[in-house]
Ligand binder design. Structure first.
Ligand code: ZN
Length: 351
């Protein structure tokens, strides 16, 4: 059986590296016709900066804003990309804009350039996009970015909550790896030790730097480590050829909670809480993860996520239905109401 590994061609991390974006696009020969896809709020100023830099370097540049990360939006922007014959789609933003931009790049046959403005999740490098289809969340395989420009100075301006959410998304790898190994043992699913180790390393990084993430002003060194860890996790997915190393039962819980409570919190915040509970099911050290999340100021309970206890229980009971093809510790039948309630109570998620 063959196995395809997609990797980014160039990853640039550092301070003020955005200024060099034109040179990198040129050196990689990605193209001259560029479509910038950005969010509509805080990230717009960065999209304008990118536009100015690239226009000055004599690229033909167009700007569009993402309204929502859904399939219809991808179709709308893909037709714009085709119309202007975009050779490169540049995603500038945190979550939504990058998810949509990579799908637009794939649909219009363009190269993808990722310019993350917040370290809130590991989609900044991965070829997988989380998109809404009706009220369902789907994971679409798109393209690996040809170029990633991670400007730490810009990322440092992101609200603290987004930074801590990125830590939560990475902590989820502890349970994701266990679920992947379980699926390998029970279902004969492909398992790649190297990709698994790489994803695990990114989670361990968060633990290592947790005292710094707990500080009011997070040091640059810790931010850089977070961005590198998010990139590693994305690359682990590229190596595995699936989101398996980065997404297990804790992600199923997070997606289920989004359905039950209508996207009540940030993705990484929900994943963190999910990880506490899934590690309990795996018989691992969930207390340690809970302690770290608490220490860095991430939510560890229903109240802190802004949901009712009943929402947590409901999400736990339907989590296994989110991606029936993805075997995890939740099994094929999922948790009963009683088991879900007990799980949430024992781990302190509900009281
Ligand atoms: Zn995630």
């Amino acid at each position: 059986m063959s196995h395809i590994v997609d990797l980014p061609r160039r990853v640039v991390i550092g301070c003020a590296v955005l200024d060099e974006i034109a040179r990198h696009i040129d050196e990689l020969g990605l193209g001259k016709r560029l479509l910038i896809v950005s969010g509509s709020s805080a990230t717009r100023k960065y999209a304008n900066m990118v536009r100015e830099i690239l226009s000055d370097a004599r690229f033909s540049v167009w700007n569009v804003e993402v309204k929502d990360a859904n399939i219809d939006e991808v179709e709308r922007l893909s037709s714009i990309a085709r119309e202007i014959k975009a050779e490169v789609v540049i995603g500038v933003g945190g979550g939504k804009a990058l998810d949509v931009a990579k799908a637009v790049a794939m649909k219009s046959g363009a190269k993808f350039v990722s310019v993350p403005t917040a370290p809130s999740h590991d989609g900044i490098v991965s070829p997988f996009a989380s998109l809404k289809e009706g009220n369902r969340l789907i994971s679409m395989k798109t393209v690996m970015p040809s170029l990633v420009i991670a400007d730490i100075e810009i990322i440092a301006q992101a609200p603290r909550r987004l930074i801590i959410a990125g830590c939560g998304d990475l902590i989820g790898k502890f349970s994701a790896i266990l679920d992947w190994r379980l699926a390998h043992k029970l279902k004969g699913e492909y398992y790649g030790e190297y990709a698994a180790s790489l994803a695990l390393l990114s989670a361990q990084h968060v633990l290592k730097y947790s005292s710094m993430y707990a500080l009011k002003k997070i040091p640059m060194e810790a931010l850089r480590a977070l961005v590198e860890a998010l990139i590693s996790s994305g690359i682990a997915m590229g190596i595995a050829g699936s989101t398996r190393p980065a997404s297990g039962s804790e992600h199923l819980f997070a997606h289920a909670l989004d359905i039950v409570a209508g996207f009540p919190a940030l993705h990484g915040e929900e994943v963190g809480v999910g990880t506490i509970m899934m590690l309990y099911l795996h018989g691992r050290n969930w207390r340690k993860v809970r302690k770290v999340l608490k220490r860095i100021g991430a939510p560890v309970s229903a109240r802190e996520l802004g949901v009712r206890d009943i929402d947590i229980i409901k999400a736990l009971t339907i989590a296994h239905t989110i991606r029936p093809d993805r075997y995890t510790i939740l099994g094929e039948k999922g948790l009963t109401w009683e088991a879900a309630e007990r799980l949430a109570r024992v781990t302190g998620v509900i009281d």
